[in-house]
Ligand binder design. Sequence first.
Ligand SMILES: Nc1nc2c(c(=O)[nH]1)N[C@H]1C(S)=C(S)[C@@H](COP(=O)(O)O)O[C@H]1N2
Ligand SMILES: [Mo]
Length: 160
Amino acid sequence: MGQSLEAAATTAGQVPELTLTGDVARPARLTVPDLLGWPQYESDVSFECATSGVQHHRFTGPLLHDVLMAAGPRFAPARRKDRLRFLIAVSGADGHHALLSWAEIDPDFGQARVLLAVTVDGNPLNRAGPQLVLPQDRCGGRHISGINALRVDGGYPRWE
Ligand SMILES: Nc1nc2c(c(=O)[nH]1)N[C@H]1C(S)=C(S)[C@@H](COP(=O)(O)O)O[C@H]1N2
Ligand SMILES: [Mo]
């Protein structure tokens, strides 16, 4: 009673959360509605699947870089190249998994406009969970849907 539909769905466990963990100062649990809190970008992408052919979709959502930066990755301050040791592990609820290098999405390096999409073709992904969107990828394999975990990994050696 008095609850929004969204809040009621969350209470019922129907809005999946993703966990953002690893070498970050502020680990987080994020839903698709939470991801609307960052600036939203749009991306029209085409990708090819080895089994189902070419797909075209319009996605919207925040930049993966913006969301990860808010968690406070434990980079060495004032050393750009320290970021080069970081990986980003992205997992779907079904176990599909891929790695990105931090440098791929960093504005000082590859600057790929990778999104954590919250809508596809105008439909919200609240129930399915966010989808990774990589406009530069020809193959669909890394467009991971139903993301339930993001892990930032600074590897070794660590700079203190
Ligand atoms: N969670 C999850 N995301 C995934 C996959 C998957 O198996 N699990 N397959 C990938 C592959 S191989 C492709 S081509 C695209 C599109 O796959 P679809 O046609 O099954 O939607 O999603 C990608 N994202
Ligand atoms: Mo695929």
